[in-house]
Ligand binder design. Structure first.
Ligand code: ZN
Length: 164
């Protein structure tokens, strides 16, 4: 197990040191989305270009600053979401939030845990799985989910088909 944890730590540090898709996009057409995690002081700024005709996230750029978990998570999110369809993007958001909540809900004997596990099925999270160790440190979960919650709000804005 410790070998796996070392690998996960390497992946997180790699994204923290060399964040992907860093920068800005012209607004408009891109949407600028900002999120803040007061518990840790993490700030995230997302520039998201949605191609309404194709229904895809055509581009994403990430700014802001914060702890290694929040920055690595936003970098991984950008890499995972860029070029995906909106429905794939929402599925990834759901799956990632499920990954962050499964452990906790199982500990609490929460019956929703099984549903959340179902959200993960068939979704390839790749590097994102490196963040699952975060659930052992509940105070850091908000660091890991900050970028995802910010993106989720932005995707649902001005779009009647909001899903929870
Ligand atoms: Zn943080």
């Amino acid at each position: 197990m410790s070998g796996l944890e070392d690998l996960y730590r390497e992946i997180i540090l790699d994204h923290y040191r060399s964040p992907r898709n860093r920068g800005e996009l012209p607004v408009p057409p891109a949407k600028k989305l900002e999120g803040f995690n007061p518990l840790c002081g993490d700030e995230i700024v997302l520039y998201v270009d949605v191609d309404d005709d194709a229904g895809t996230v055509s581009d994403i750029r990430i700014g802001g600053q914060g702890c290694s978990i929040s920055q690595a998570s936003s970098s991984m999110m950008g890499a995972a979401i860029r070029g995906k369809s909106l429905s794939e993007a929402r599925q990834l958001i759901r799956a990632f939030k499920a990954l962050m909540s499964i452990h906790e809900s199982r500990l609490e004997g929460d019956a929703d845990g099984e549903d959340r596990a179902a959200d993960l099925e068939g979704v390839r999270l790749g590097d994102l799985e490196a963040l699952q160790g975060v659930v052992k440190f509940p105070v850091r979960i908000k660091c890991a989910t900050l970028a995802w919650n910010t993106l989720a709000q932005g995707l649902d804005e001005g779009n009647g088909a909001a899903t929870s």
